[in-house]
Ligand binder design. Structure first.
Ligand code: PEP
Length: 257
């Protein structure tokens, strides 16, 4: 069995501050012993400043694997796309990862699965590791359509990029009914879906299926993280609300390590 290094990603959405970044860096500087891979995804206007802060603290952060990520990128490389940010720009400002297909982008900004697939490909072309989000609505779950929805979202990307592209990707299961609601999936529900997603990838390549990290996202907090993160197919978390509190987020990272 592959050993997958845990990963915890902070999705600040349109929130957070440079002060929060400073607090997080200070807290991570005090961590000794194992840490998971940690990815901070702040609003893009903060990236330059946070990158400098990370560089300045690099000596004290040597025990941590702390990276920057974008929350979204354009499916185009450059050009007349007012308000968009390219993968190349994210890369230039220190990003290693980028969140793709978050349900808020799909729902509020009309991102279709085809667009998500294009963004996934563009992220990789620009040297970024995509964190691909998939998840079902409450209505889909109640109609027993969870696996069908997830398969559709995953296959749209697989069809475009192929299984080998998942060698450099992270998958995040984010049930829509759990995001920002305070009601997380149960560990059993998360494990069932993660095992399904892994098996779907393994059917195409046992190596990639076993290797890929699958994060759980949706109301993760210190009180439920241990039960979620110890599920065999849960390799860490994508954290929204709790990533805006430095103490809570660092606690989550400790739990994942
Ligand atoms: C998210 O938006 O990706 C998320 C998981 O949010 P929350 O942790 O607040 O549910």
């Amino acid at each position: 069995m592959a050993t997958r290094r845990p990963l915890v990603a902070a999705n600040w959405k349109m929130a957070g501050s440079l002060q929060l970044a400073q607090e997080l860096i200070q807290k991570f500087s005090r961590i000794s012993g194992g840490s998971p891979d940690v990815v901070l995804c702040p609003p893009s206007v903060y990236l330059d400043n946070i990158q400098r802060k990370l560089e300045a603290a690099s000596q004290t952060l040597s025990g941590c694997s702390l990276h920057l990520g974008g929350q979204n990128l354009s499916h185009q490389e450059f050009g007349a796309y007012t308000g968009e940010i390219s993968g190349g720009m994210l890369k230039e400002f220190g990003c290693k990862y980028v969140i793709i297909g978050h349900s808020e982008r799909r729902r509020m900004y009309g991102e279709t699965s085809d667009m998500v697939a294009e963004k996934f490909a563009m992220a990789q072309k620009m040297g970024l590791t995509p964190i691909l989000c998939v998840g079902e609505s409450l209505a889909a779950r109640q109609a027993n359509r969870t696996f069908e929805v997830l398969a559709g979202e995953l296959d749209a990307v697989l069809d475009k990029v192929g299984i080998m592209a998942f060698d450099n990707a992270v998958l995040a299961y984010e049930p829509l009914w759990a995001i920002g609601t305070g009601k997380s999936a149960t560990p059993e529900q998360a494990q069932e879906v993660h095992a399904y997603l892994r098996q779907r990838l393994s059917a195409l390549s046992p190596y990639e299926g076993e290797k890929i990290r699958i994060l759980y996202g949706g109301s993760v907090k210190p009180s439920n993280a241990a039960d979620l993160f110890t599920q065999p197919d849960v390799d860490g978390g994508l954290v929204g609300g709790a990533s805006l509190n430095a103490s809570e987020f660092v606690t989550l990272c400790r739990i994942a390590s």
